[in-house]
Design a protein around this ligand. Structure first.
Ligand code: 5AD
Ligand code: SF4
Length: 438
């Protein structure tokens, strides 16, 4: 029987990936995707627990969905509500208690069991909670990945053993797990057969990936052999796991794009220590120097947290200094948010909210000016752009340059999915505009 599915995704690229895989898992049951909750028979919220704000969104969305579910019950067309992802993992019992409209709660490691869970719901077998860390990796039980288009994500690693003191990921996603190399290569070949020209390898600690004696550099080399695959990227990386051969891959692997998301979080050694990052600010600077020595055009991206407990004005200034000295093509920055169950949530000396807000503004002004400068530096250049999405206007396509620059241009639909040479004419706040180079 044909049924409809709407998945709303919060949080990181891993969640985006998981949502696509949930749809793959449910397709054999007859669930096809729709664009809005009010057209769906099953709504899944795939949630994020990384900061308080992200987690709160779930409960407000559940409030809206309750009204929809009640209306649908009156119409005699039931709506099932499921909550998955990291909030489900961390607060599963609380969700069931606080939100009686929720039928199903499942964690990031159990969504391969969705067919059984949903079948039980359909049989009226009550409200379900499954937030195990099962001994069997879910990846072994997922069907082949559905087509993703020219730019595809492939999860190769999950979980985290680093235990940064602010972070919920080790608790919500569990211990580090690396998928076997051959499985990854097979999946990559399938994605390329389905039209992928670029693959981004995903993992919470993707550069910690190693399996059966293979390093990530060797995996990237093997992936680069796949005919038709033109670009490789990987994200997110920890500075402590940038091995010599992975640095070397940025020189030797012709398909590896000159862009690296390498979060540093802070420029203060005292704060980095309190965060349990395992490196200081100079370690990070030296690492960047080594990367740029082998790949001078490498563009860097980072995450920053402002207002970690005990962060003084001098500590904050050290973050600004690090940003100024390294130079980032883009960055993400966040106010520290205490997360239940993490060591940092117990620390004294919280930074007042107003100070956090003011520091975030100052830090964002600096990273925005660096991001704009990076885009401006592209004007006049010819960049290879993978056209992977429709443009803003009819007759346009858009895509990304080597360092993730969003580029818009007039191009015929026949060029969709190809890497084309684009002469960059203008830079805007967050994107570039250009034309096909003759
Ligand atoms: N508060 C604020 N930001 C956080 N991040 C992770 N945990 C927290 C927290 N408790 C940020 C980090 C990480 C990114 C994904 O989210 O910068 O790299
Ligand atoms: Fe959010 Fe982390 Fe879970 Fe991704 S892994 S959804 S960032 S809590």
């Amino acid at each position: 029987m044909a049924r409809t599915l709407f998945i709303k995704t919060y949080g990181c690229q891993m969640n985006v990936y998981d949502s696509a895989r949930m749809a793959d898992v449910l397709a054999p049951l007859g669930y096809g995707p729709v664009e809005a909750a009010d057209e769906a028979d099953l709504v899944i919220l795939n949630t994020c627990h990384i900061r308080e704000k992200a987690a709160e969104k779930v409960f407000s969305e559940l409030g809206r969905l309750k009204a929809l579910k009640d209306a649908r019950a009156r119409q005699g067309r039931p709506l099932f509500l499921a909550v998955g992802g990291c909030v489900a993992q961390a607060e599963g019992e609380e969700i069931l208690a606080r939100a009686p409209q929720v039928d199903l709660v499942f964690g990031p490691q159990t969504y391969h069991r969705l067919p059984e869970m949903v079948a039980k719901l359909e049989r009226g077998q009550g409200r379900l909670l499954d937030t195990d860390f099962p001994p069997e990796p879910k990846f072994d039980h997922l069907p082949a990945q559905g087509a993703q288009g020219p730019s595809a994500f492939l999860a190769i690693q999950e979980g985290c053993d680093k235990f940064c003191t602010y972070c919920v990921v080790p608790y919500t996603r569990g211990a580090e797990y690396a998928r076997p190399a051959q499985v990854i290569l097979d999946e990559a070949r399938r994605l390329v057969d389905q039209g992928a020209r670029e693959i981004t390898l995903l993992g919470q600690n993707v550069n910690a990936w190693q399996a059966e004696g293979w390093s990530l550099a060797r995996l990237l080399d093997a992936l680069a052999e796949i005919e038709g695959l033109e670009r490789l990227r990987y994200t997110t990386s920890h500075p402590g796991a940038m091995s010599d051969d992975l640095i070397g891959a940025h020189r030797d692997n012709p398909k590896l794009m000159p862009f690296l998301h390498l979060p540093v979080q802070s420029g203060s050694d005292a704060i980095l220590r309190a965060m349990n990052r395992g490196h200081d600010a100079d370690d990070y600077r030296r690492l960047v120097d080594r990367l740029r020595a082998v790949r001078p055009d490498l563009a860097l991206s980072s995450d920053f947290i402002v207002g970690f407990p005990g962060e003084s004005e001098a500590d904050f200034q050290a973050s600004l200094d690090l940003i100024a000295s390294v130079g980032f093509a883009q960055s993400f920055s966040f106010k520290y948010s205490p997360r239940p169950g993490t060591p940092a949530a117990q620390l004294p000396h919280p930074v007042p909210e107003a100070v956090k807000a003011q520091r975030l503004d100052r830090l964002q002004a600096l990273i925005d000016s660096q991001a704009r400068a990076h885009l401006e530096s592209c004007v006049g250049c010819v960049l290879p752009v993978l056209l992977d999405r429709p443009g803003r206007h009819p007759g346009q396509l858009a895509g990304r340059g080597p360092t993730m620059q969003p580029v818009h241009l007039a191009a015929p639909p026949s060029l969709f999915g190809q890497v084309v040479a684009v002469r960059i004419r203008e830079s805007h706040a967050n994107s570039l505009a250009g034309e096909l180079a003759a």
